[in-house]
Design a protein around this ligand. Structure first.
Ligand code: ZN
Length: 203
């Protein structure tokens, strides 16, 4: 396995519609493993192939459900869920939408509030080319929508209500999976303030 280089805006590949994957060979398996390693190392909760300069309909997602909502350190660690999405298509969306704060490994130094469907259903192929149907909600649904947007050349800043430059103790290193966020429509979720400076309004 090897780390792949993540490209940033304004790299044109980030704005292209990615092509469907048709060959499920050993090279694809190596690429998927490299993407998982690159996502973990970044660290990020999702990575789409255009972000490593490959216009292919392929994304990986890994996230611990509820990680940011519970602060009980004695609770056993929740397993991370890893998804490989190939040629994904969103087949159903919830009427309910939620606003949350997102960042992107290809747009370092910015985060923004984006409205997303609270739950979605997705039709995709797994890493071996078999069809899968997935139902996800909450933050997993948000990450899926963010990554599937990447496969269509769409970035979170296109949809964001507001965009900020976050202040972090780690300089400009964006730590999306640790970012405090607002989930106004989820029961019991507390609104946590973001540490922000340099407020930027894009629209
Ligand atoms: Zn992204």
């Amino acid at each position: 396995m090897a780390l792949r280089q993540i490209v940033h805006l304004p790299e044109p590949v980030l704005r292209r519609k990615a092509k469907p994957v048709t060959t499920f060979d050993r090279d694809l398996q190596t690429l998927i493993d490299d993407m998982i390693e690159t996502m973990r190392e970044a660290p990020g909760v999702g990575l789409a192939a255009p972000q490593i300069d490959l216009p292919m309909q392929l994304a990986v997602v890994e996230y611990v459900e509820g990680e940011d909502e519970e602060e009980n350190e004695d609770a056993p660690a929740k397993p991370k869920k890893l998804y490989v999405l190939i040629n994904p298509e969103i087949t159903r969306v919830s009427d309910e939408k939620v606003i949350g704060v997102e960042g992107c490994l290809s747009i370092p130094g910015l985060i923004g509030e984006v409205e997303r469907h609270e739950a979605i259903q997705v039709k995709a192929l797994n890493r071996h080319g078999s069809p899968v149907k997935l139902k996800v909600d909450g933050w997993m649904a948000r990450i899926f929508q963010h990554e599937i947007d990447h496969l269509n050349g769409v970035l979170f800043t296109d949809k964001a209500i507001r965009v900020w430059k976050p202040y972090t103790e780690h300089g400009n290193k964006l730590r999306f999976c640790r970012m405090k966020f607002l989930t106004p429509s989820r029961k019991g979720a507390k609104e946590k303030p973001l540490n922000l400076c340099d407020f930027v309004t894009l629209r």
